[in-house]
Design a protein around this ligand. Sequence first.
Ligand SMILES: NC(=O)c1ccc[n+]([C@@H]2O[C@H](COP(=O)([O-])OP(=O)(O)OC[C@H]3O[C@@H](n4cnc5c(N)ncnc54)[C@H](OP(=O)(O)O)[C@@H]3O)[C@@H](O)[C@H]2O)c1
Length: 278
Amino acid sequence: MSRVIHSRLTLSRYSSTWRGRCLSTESSKIDEPLKLEEAETVHVPPPPSEKLLVLGGSGFVGSHICKEALNRGLSVASLSRSGNSSIQEPWVNKVQWHQGDLLSGSSWKEALNGVTSIVSCVGGFGSNSYMYKINGTANITAIRAAAEKKVKRFVFVSAADCGVINYILQGYYDGKRAAETELFVRYPYGHVILRPGFIYGNRRVGNMELPLGVIGSPLETVLQHAKPLSQVPLVGPLLTPPVNVTAVAKVAVRAATDPVFPPGIVDVHGLLRYSQQK
Ligand SMILES: NC(=O)c1ccc[n+]([C@@H]2O[C@H](COP(=O)([O-])OP(=O)(O)OC[C@H]3O[C@@H](n4cnc5c(N)ncnc54)[C@H](OP(=O)(O)O)[C@@H]3O)[C@@H](O)[C@H]2O)c1
């Protein structure tokens, strides 16, 4: 048994992420039982040079991502048209707030200076052409600029397919998928696409807080066990479980900063699974 583990550790020497830890084991003593703590996740605070830019950090999901990233010791900046947050909590003062419109001019690109990873929460609703622009064009512009500035990782908060609703919100979904395609091309190894369904949590609208969890939380509990039903064409996607905004924020920050987080699409069930990991 110990020999098997030993050979796995020897193989894993070739992984740069684990190199330091593997080389510190006394691998010549093959008959001694090796400690399984080698396989455990170690939470090391990110180096101070890590800077996360949240596109749309003033919004519902973006503000939770800013807060989660600060809690994880990152340096955090946000870019949005309003340029600030309506939330009055102490953590807000630790975010570097940039004002700029991804669909207008290029001065917003200054916000990319020194940034190592990006999470984009830019999106919205309106006419089909507006939805395509805000969900698609704005994000495509950001992805291209980030790639030019050599930002290492780009996480995109996209959206799960919604069956028949896709036809009604065509500009929204076409825009999301166009941005995803751009991300595959520009960030083949450094992208993560999150595809949540309905995101619940306390949502601020003006001076009011809407407790969306009153509906979202029980629905999540019921629907996460109905995965086969969600695969029924057209209507199945309507049964996609809602997900808590804090879970989305946790996975987004991890995807943006953990070099071994695999690139690709994370669906709702993946979001729920990753968010339950420590
Ligand atoms: N909430 C959900 O249930 C849900 C479900 C699935 C997917 N999503 C996706 O998750 C993302 C975040 O959703 P959310 O509910 O947090 O939306 P939100 O509250 O409306 O936030 C959108 C953010 O994007 C910024 N923004 C919009 N247009 C911009 C532009 N041209 N340039 C720069 N910033 C811009 C907004 O700030 P300004 O208005 O100040 O610019 C705001 O900070 C969206 O892409 C959405 O499609 C949300």
